[in-house]
Ligand binder design. Sequence first.
Ligand code: NAG
Ligand code: NAG
Ligand code: NAG
Ligand code: NAG
Ligand code: NAG
Ligand code: NAG
Length: 251
Amino acid sequence: MQGIGFLLIIAVLASLALCANATTAKILIYSATADFRHDSIPTAIQALQSKGPSIDVQFDNTEDMNQFSDQILAQYDALLFLDNTGEVLDDAGKVAFQKYLDLGGNFVAIHAASDCLRNTTFYGHEVGAFFDYHPALQNATVDVIDSSHPSTSMLPAEWHVQDEMYNFKSDPRAIGAIVILSANESSYVDNGTHMDQGTPHPTAWFQERGAGVDSNGTAGRSFYTSLGHLNETWQDDLFLAHVLGGITWAL
Ligand SMILES: *[C@@H]1O[C@H](CO)[C@@H](O)[C@H](O)[C@H]1NC(C)=O
Ligand SMILES: *[C@@H]1O[C@H](CO)[C@@H](O)[C@H](O)[C@H]1NC(C)=O
Ligand SMILES: *[C@@H]1O[C@H](CO)[C@@H](O)[C@H](O)[C@H]1NC(C)=O
Ligand SMILES: *[C@@H]1O[C@H](CO)[C@@H](O)[C@H](O)[C@H]1NC(C)=O
Ligand SMILES: *[C@@H]1O[C@H](CO)[C@@H](O)[C@H](O)[C@H]1NC(C)=O
Ligand SMILES: *[C@@H]1O[C@H](CO)[C@@H](O)[C@H](O)[C@H]1NC(C)=O
């Protein structure tokens, strides 16, 4: 009897392990660039892949635009655009991407990912706003304006970072995004003159319903953070906790 009970326990444990494995989420990191290329991209991919098991996510990565097909994208619980610049998808890829979003696909975008596909309206809506320009890399303070979000709950109210404080072509709040991190404009020097992103200065945000979806589609979630320029940033556990929080929320 004891032997059978033991075998039953083993069987239950084995099926639990199988279930846990079956629920591991899959995310495709897309880091293709057609313009400026960040040298921190490999560091970022390595950091995400090494942290993956801690949030039960398997991160695949590609720079091949031909991976944007219905069949391949359907395997993923979220797409993560990392530092993409320029025209990184062809027309067929854009159609597959739009369809992915219309079927409820989730989206995460990091740093320069707001600087690609600039003529693609649905992409601009899905990311929230297009990058405009940034002042020189420098130390700055970023204020948490919503600490209830999984991407900000671990951050100090005034977060000291060394990063690029992005300015955007439009205010992500205009398409329904909720801004959760805001650059403190008195904490750094920006000699630029046009700032069209509204106040408080948006630095990271989320969309419960990603606005890139077609009106007849089913929206998934969207998360964007403009931080993440340096290798050092991707070696900083606090920054990684911010990004991983955004990813788990998007799932
Ligand atoms: C960042 O790391 C990559 C290797 O992952 C390296 O090639 C690059 O030179 C590093 N950048 C700087 C500024 O040190
Ligand atoms: C995007 O639109 C601008 C302005 O209409 C145009 O000059 C540019 O060539 C377009 N870029 C692409 C990649 O289609
Ligand atoms: C801003 O302009 C001042 C005066 O021209 C210059 O000294 C400074 O280096 C500039 N700062 C940045 C971050 O571009
Ligand atoms: C900028 O911040 C980094 C840590 O993020 C620190 O090591 C460095 O000393 C700071 N630089 C200045 C000029 O305050
Ligand atoms: C913004 O930065 C300035 C200069 O570092 C500092 O005096 C001020 O307290 C900061 N404000 C907030 C809300 O973080
Ligand atoms: C949804 O609307 C778009 C135009 O916004 C159209 O191209 C597409 O075919 C429609 N899809 C369905 C399933 O009706």
